[in-house]
Design a binder for this molecule. Structure first.
Ligand code: ZN
Length: 153
């Protein structure tokens, strides 16, 4: 006899197995509160861009390299380098939401943050340009190549 549990989203009783619920280690039974169907619907309902961005932030965790921020006409707005691209993306996102704080903290890329804030962070295209260990050096090549608007602002 198999146990069932009620999905907290659709309220249907389903077998308490991985077939019906995704894994979630911090829950007591090791399974998600939502059934797989509800999760699938939820994932589908999210805008594509958002999904892409979420994966981007995770994917570049601890990736060293050079990245670029591109605008709607594919113009390069900014290039940067970091030993953790994902963390840097998140920093930019955070500062662009609150440029006033960045200004107060004398952040050097204030003009960039003001722009990101006004333009809408999620309308921009963040790209990993190159994964490399000599990212500080490589960034200069990309600045020469793209002449980004906000690197010298
Ligand atoms: Zn459900």
């Amino acid at each position: 006899m198999s146990q069932t549990k009620k999905c907290s989203k659709c309220k249907e009783e389903k077998e308490t197995t991985l077939e019906y619920f995704g894994p979630h280690t911090s829950n007591k039974d090791g399974l998600h509160a939502w059934c797989r169907n509800c999760f699938r619907e939820y994932q589908k309902s999210k805008p594509k861009k958002e999904k892409y961005r979420e994966s981007l932030y995770r994917y570049y965790n601890r990736v060293k390299g050079v990245y670029g921020i591109f605008g709607i006409n594919d113009e390069c707005l900014y290039t940067g380098e970091s030993k953790s691209i994902n963390r840097r993306f998140n920093d930019h996102r955070c500062h662009s939401r609150n440029p006033a704080a960045a200004i107060r903290n004398n952040h050097c890329q204030v003009e960039l943050y003001k722009f990101l804030h006004n333009y809408g962070f999620d309308n921009l295209d963040f790209r990993l340009l190159e994964e490399c260990d000599d990212h500080k050096e490589k960034e200069k090549d990309y600045i020469n190549k793209y002449n980004p608007v906000y690197n010298n602002a």
